[in-house]
Write a protein that binds this ligand. Structure first.
Ligand code: AMP
Length: 287
């Protein structure tokens, strides 16, 4: 059966309210489209967790900075509908930019502290755009559960904070990173990569393996880990490192020592694709 597409906030709210009145639970999976296996894995998680599954597809202009890839971002509704066939979506919520941000729109959601490190400084306004659009999607879809990927680890932390601070009664679920067979984290932006760039991009996941090994072997200095990872990435091919960090998985603050579970996280530009990856590593318990 063809998936129902809803394009306005009002009709989405009406549909969700009807489900809620019938005692049904709703899961929301927010996406920007260009579906790959990771999106499908989030959708399956949503499907498992509620009676109704809504996937939103909205390339959100407010989370792209000037010079970023908003215009070039891949958009192919037909291909996405085909990719999601068989998952069992109840509704694809697909609003226009004008529907989400009508003329005169003036409100945004700013999550402090968590957004001051990592991707925050290099993408000014990005997390404001993300927090704002997710809050608006929550109001439009009124879900009980919302599913996000751990690939965007900082984004997940920002959304958890925002949902708690604004009293959204929504369970936020994180799904582990889905990778290609060779280790590259799946991303809609991988399609920007040439064959050579794709090889270079493998250094991201490889460097996370290096970090895991260093920590397992007893390295506790964050700087030593960061420097080793930067070398690994720089030697792989032409690229520009945005950041490599060992951070606190709760606060996103940079750490100097590995004294508990740490988030090893990086952002690297390869060709025109800005790629991110991360892993949480816990040092082995001392004997
Ligand atoms: P996007 O369409 O790229 O905005 O992503 C939509 C959702 O899919 C976000 O919650 C992302 O964190 C998640 N996602 C994207 N790529 C991956 C991946 N490789 N593994 C896990 N989650 C992902």
């Amino acid at each position: 059966m063809a998936v129902e597409i809803i394009e306005t906030v009002r009709s989405m709210q009406a549909r969700s309210d009807a489900w809620r009145s019938a005692g049904e639970t709703i899961a929301l999976v927010p996406t920007m489209g260009a579906f790959h296996e990771a999106h499908l894995s989030l959708m399956r998680e949503g499907r498992r967790r509620a009676d109704r599954l809504v996937v939103s597809l909205f390339v959100n202009p407010t989370q792209f900075g000037p010079g970023e890839d908003y215009d070039a971002y891949p958009r192919d509704l037909e291909a996405d509908l085909k990719a999601a066939e068989g998952i069992g979506l109840d509704v694809l919520f697909h609003p226009s930019a004008g529907e989400m941000y009508p003329v005169g729109y003036a409100t945004s959601v700013e999550v402090e502290e968590l957004t001051e490190t990592l991707c925050g400084p290099s993408r000014p306004g990005h997390f404001r755009g993300v927090a704002t659009v997710v809050a608006k999607l929550f109001q439009a879809v009124r879900p009980h559960v919302a599913v996000f990927g751990e690939k965007d680890f900082q984004q997940l932390a920002v959304i958890r904070r925002m949902a708690a601070d604004l009293h959204f009664d929504i369970e936020i679920v994180g799904v582990p990173i889905v990778r290609e067979e060779d280790g590259l984290a799946m991303s809609s932006r991988n399609m920007y990569l040439s064959a050579d760039e794709r090889k270079t991009a493998l250094s991201l996941s490889r460097s996370l393996d290096v970090a895991r090994r260093m920590i397992a072997d007893g390295e506790r200095g964050a700087l030593a880990i960061v420097e080793r990872l930067r070398k690994e990435i720089e030697s792989a091919g032409p690229c520009t490192i945005d950041y490599v960090s060992v951070a606190d998985p709760e606060t996103m603050a940079h750490k100097t020592t590995v004294d508990g579970p740490v988030l090893v996280v990086l952002a690297v530009k390869v060709g025109r694709a800005r790629l991110i990856d991360n892993t949480v590593v816990a040092p082995p318990a001392s004997p």
